[in-house]
Design a binder for this molecule. Structure first.
Ligand SMILES: *[C@@H]1O[C@H](CO)[C@@H](O)[C@H](O)[C@H]1NC(C)=O
Ligand SMILES: *[C@@H]1O[C@H](CO)[C@@H](O)[C@H](O)[C@H]1NC(C)=O
Ligand SMILES: *[C@@H]1O[C@H](CO)[C@@H](O)[C@H](O)[C@H]1NC(C)=O
Ligand SMILES: *[C@@H]1O[C@H](CO)[C@@H](O)[C@H](O)[C@H]1NC(C)=O
Length: 911
């Protein structure tokens, strides 16, 4: 064998090894290969040494509007090169909004910059059109401005609890809240605004701390063709969080919940890309991006929302006196919103007040989803359907991946496999079940759908204004430009024609980063052109959102009162309003199970709660132990879906060996029993942005033990604490209990009483450590049914977990689960309260008239707790009548049955 042949063999072996087991790293740029990341990190290093100030506030330009309380002015950038000084004026605005936020924007006037027909020379400033909720109107807050004095050399803005200081001799914004320094903008002088210049003028436009690396060309192997029409245009800025050394957020990354210091690695990157078999413990970019960091310490939480959808890198540094974040975006404007609150939960709530509340999902969509690439034909689908029933495994959704289409042409069915889709959909509908089909934004060329897109002129264009063609699943494809209102109309027609004949057919928008097989970094070339002439470079991270939003809107146009279900892989701030998401192409191994939890926690605090991970790993074949552990963990994912790759063995749960089948079934059933509690949690998320998979630190922000803890969590505010087992061969795990009393979720046996404590608890293979925290009342429906729809009129069971004082409260939210009539007040909201003397149910809101009002609460289970006193009977008062009922004493609880309380009425049980 010659050397070169040997090398080829090794190379091929290495490549195929990589393809099977890990992400191919050389597909993506590192920071040092990415022009603007490289330049800004270098700039940061150099400016920290030179300590020179190149930006200052132009005092003469300051204008404070006493009606709108808005401060505007210019920041002057000075460039010293060739013994010459150039000044660039950059307009800024500063506003106080909603009582808890400061917003700052910095732009550049580029109207005369570049006269290239079809390309918009403006810096993209329309992110909010997509990212902010349609109902959001910022509430301007009153502010006063005091000019500098001999004693205070800074401009002082005061607005409510905020004091903001502006140094005229530098650009720096010091934010104080309740007179305490909380955040400083540009503390390390890393502001770098690469203003417009031509290649000829470049060197007169660079300060000595700057490097010229890849300003007008891209040397990365797969993006050498990037035309970079504006040259360098990145924006970068640093933020110092005072006295805060715990930062979270900026999903999506396969990494710990608490962000790591990145001084010795690449920064976290936000750039929506298709990363099949992504790396673990990595700052690499993934499918979605939410540019929100949350700092948490004791009684102060700060959110920083960087409103920019371009390729963005974020460096994190933990320092002695706090922490610092350095944001670098390839283009666009500087636009950020600082949110300050006493608790992190309020920061998330405030953030979703801007970007829109997470949708209240279609109730069946919070049940179990059975997916695989692929169910082959109608017979296959119907056989899975009936086998699930035969084995009494509840489920709500079946999924059809790519292969259901006629030769990968979306909006068509493969004729021989699905000759009568309606027949199949109707059959599923008889048990209230639904079907999801995959429809992606890449459209195969040469059929009626792509033809209509071309003739309407709404395909994404290339750098020379012609429709862009690239490779994806169908081979040569074009991409619909859903930034365009006309494209939305065109898309809406396709969607409506495809789904309108069935009421239980929904859509999964995959590959919408977009994924382009022959594109640089597996995605779109940055010089593609979208609606209004904006470059892909400027809007990249928003594209996926425009696609799933268009799909959602198509459903709403068709039927304004019915909640659609849409799954998206790519997401951005605001995606939570209309779609669920998941963590993409994971592997069937323990590492991916472990990291699915911090990943979903990060999405939950960043306002994107309806998230899940493919159970039990998309690639590869999980063994029985991993299957069991993954279902035990996965039943707590807000979005609960099993999925598997084409090359894997079939794994519908009824195929598992015993005892795997029984254990897995038991946990799917537990999810269904807890649906009323889950749905109430989804409602809290919808109204207040409360995380559904809820980090420990969100419920106990002052407990340092929880800052790093990301392998246990709560279900919303429902008081259920879960510690999934995510390592093999584990008979016991450690659980950190907060102070209080905790009962085993399954038996109600007391598991912990007293102060914060880490305990070893048994976790044999059939057991999932989960607890109810004293002080909560949870609701269940205990009867097995085939789907959630068939459970809707089943009776409720209340489980009372008293705290150490013998008290508990709970809430139950009920609506029809499928329409928007809850917005007109058609829902039940019930508050329950338990004391040693009585348990009461109070109806806060009820349906005008509905069968839901008369569903019953039949059973109450009260966990045994220290100091309690229980007789053998209690008295139920409801509907003006009184009746004595027996109390049955169980090992760890007291049980009252046959109550027959109507859920739409007030009631009281005297104990
Ligand atoms: C974006 O910039 C243009 C031009 O300066 C301006 O007219 C428009 O109002 C800006 N849009 C937003 C949302 O700020
Ligand atoms: C990821 O990091 C965690 C925590 O440091 C470690 O336990 C795990 O083994 C790491 N996983 C991989 C695949 O490196
Ligand atoms: C979110 O908006 C609602 C309604 O405007 C308001 O009542 C609530 O206080 C806001 N939340 C936060 C944390 O600012
Ligand atoms: C936990 O499990 C391990 C391994 O099975 C065992 O050696 C150890 O004694 C157990 N510890 C406790 C506290 O049960």
């Amino acid at each position: 064998m010659t050397m070169s042949l040997l090398r080829t063999v090794i190379l091929v072996w290495v490549i195929s090894f990589k393809l099977v087991f890990a992400f191919q790293d050389d597909l993506l740029k590192t920071c040092s290969q990415s022009g603007f990341c490289h330049r800004n990190r270098q700039y940061a290093k150099n400016i920290r040494e030179s300590k020179k100030l190149h930006y200052l506030i132009d005092e003469d330009s300051l204008e404070f509007n006493t009606n709108t309380h808005n401060l505007r002015g210019y920041i002057l950038k000075s460039v010293q090169a060739n013994k010459k000084e150039t000044k660039v004026s950059l307009p800024f605005t500063l506003d106080f909004i909603d009582g808890d936020k400061v917003r700052f924007r910095l732009d550049e006037d580029r109207s005369n910059s570049l006269d290239q027909p079809g390309i918009n020379s403006r810096r993209y400033n329309c992110t909010e059109t997509w990212a902010f909720g349609p109902d959001y109107t910022p509430l301007k807050q009153k502010a006063t401005l005091k000019p500098p004095t001999v004693f205070n050399k800074k401009y002082t803005l005061i607005a409510g609890k905020f004091t903001v200081l502006l140094d005229p001799n530098n650009f720096r914004i010091e934010v104080q809240y309740n007179s305490k320094d909380v955040l400083t903008v540009n503390a390390d002088n890393l502001l770098n605004f690469e203003h417009y210049r031509t290649i000829e003028e470049n060197f007169e436009n660079m300060n000595e701390e700057e490097e010229a690396f890849n300003m007008f060309k891209d040397s990365f192997a797969d993006s050498k063709l990037d035309t970079i029409p504006f040259g360098p245009e990145s924006v970068a800025l640093d933020f110092k969080f005072h006295d805060i050394s715990n930062l979270y957020g900026i999903p999506e990354h396969a990494d710990s919940f608490k962000l790591r210091d990145t001084s010795k690695s690449d920064p976290y990157r936000l750039y929506n890309v298709d990363v099949f078999q992504y790396n673990l413990n990595s700052t690499m970019p993934m499918y979605g991006a939410v540019p929100l960091v949350i700092g948490i310490e004791d009684s102060m939480s700060i959110g920083l929302f960087w409103v920019n959808p371009a390729d963005t890198w974020v460096d994190i540094r933990y320092e002695e006196t706090g922490s610092s974040t350095h944001w670098m975006s390839e283009s666009g404007i500087i636009d950020f919103i600082i949110i300050v609150h006493e608790t992190p939960k309020l920061v998330t709530e405030s953030y979703v007040n801007i970007t829109g509340k997470p949708m209240l999902p279609l109730l069946p969509s919070i049940g179990y989803h059975q997916c695989r690439w692929n169910y082959n034909d109608e017979k296959d689908i119907l056989s899975v359907d009936s086998l699930m029933d035969k084995w009494q495994i509840p489920y709500d959704f079946l999924w059809l991946d790519l292969e259901y289409t006629d030769q990968k042409r979306y909006f068509t069915w493969k004729p021989d496999a699905f000759p009568e889709p309606l027949r199949m959909l109707r059959k599923l509908y008889t048990t209230g079940r639904n079907l999801v089909t995959l429809i992606d934004p890449h459209i195969k060329t040469n059929y009626h759908i792509s033809d209509s897109i071309l003739s309407a002129g709404v395909a994404v264009k290339n750098a020379i204004q012609k429709p862009f063609f690239g490779q994806c699943w169908p081979g040569e494809s074009l991409w619909i430009d859903t930034f365009s209102p006309l494209a939305n109309k065109v898309w809406s027609k396709f969607v409506q024609t495809f789904v309108s004949y069935a009421t239980n057919l929904y859509i999964w928008n995959d590959m919408n980063e977009p994924s382009i097989f022959d594109g640089p970094e597996t995605t779109a070339p940055k010089d593609l052109i979208h609606h209004e002439g904006f470059e892909e470079r400027a809007v990249h991270n928003l594209y996926g959102l425009t696609v799933h939003q268009a799909t959602y809107d198509s459903y709403i146009d068709m039927n304004p009162n019915k909640r659609p279900f849409i799954l998206t892989r790519a997401f951005f701030s605001g995606s939570q309003r209309t779609a669920a998401t998941w963590t993409g192409d994971n592997l069937a191994n323990w590492g991916y199970l472990q990291l699915s939890i911090p990943m979903i926690l990060s999405q939950n605090i960043a306002g994107m709660p309806v998230a899940g991970a493919d159970i039990a790993g998309f690639f590869g074949n999980p063994d029985d132990e991993l299957l069991i552990r993954w279902y035990q963990a996965g039943m707590w994912y807000p979005f609960f879906r099993a999925h598997a790759h084409l090359d894997t063995k079939r794994r519908e749960p009824y195929l598992f060996n015993e005892p795997t089948r029984s254990i897995v079934t038991q946990y799917i059933k537990l999810r269904y029993q807890l649906l009323p509690t889950f749905y109430t949690a989804f409602h809290d998320s919808h109204t207040r942005g409360v995380p559904i998979m809820n980090p420990m630190i969100y419920e106990h922000p002052r407990v340092p033990a929880f800052y790093d803890l990301d392998d246990q969590f709560y279900l919303g505010e429902q008081g259920i604490l879960v510690k999934p087992v995510t390592t093999p061969g584990t008979d016991n795990v450690s659980v950190t209990f907060p102070a209080g009393i905790f009962y085993d979720l399954h038996t109600l046996k007391t598991a912990h009483v007293g102060l914060l404590e880490t305990k070893i608890v048994p976790s044999p293979i059939h057991a999932l450590p989960a607890y109810i925290e004293g002080g909560h009342i949870i609701t269940k429906k205990e009867q097995y049914r085939r789907s959630s729809k068939l459970m809707q009129y089943d009776p409720y069971t209340l489980v009372i977990a008293p705290n150490v004082e013998g008290k508990a409260t709970g809430r139950l939210y009920i609506d029809d689960g499928e329409t928007f009539s809850y917005k007109e007040g058609q829902y039940l909201d019930i508050e329950m309260e338990y004391t040693r003397q009585a348990l009461t149910g109070k109806v806060i809101n009820k349906f005008e008239s509905s069968d839901f009002n008369t569903v019953t609460i039949d059973k109450v289970i009260i966990a045994k707790y220290p100091g309690e006193q229980f007789g053998d009977s209690c008295t139920l008062q409801s509907n003006g009548a009184e009746r004595d009922i027996k109390i049955v004493h169980d090992v760890h609880s007291h049980v009252v049955k046959n109550l027959g309380i109507k859920v739409g009425e007030d009631w009281k049980i005297l104990l």
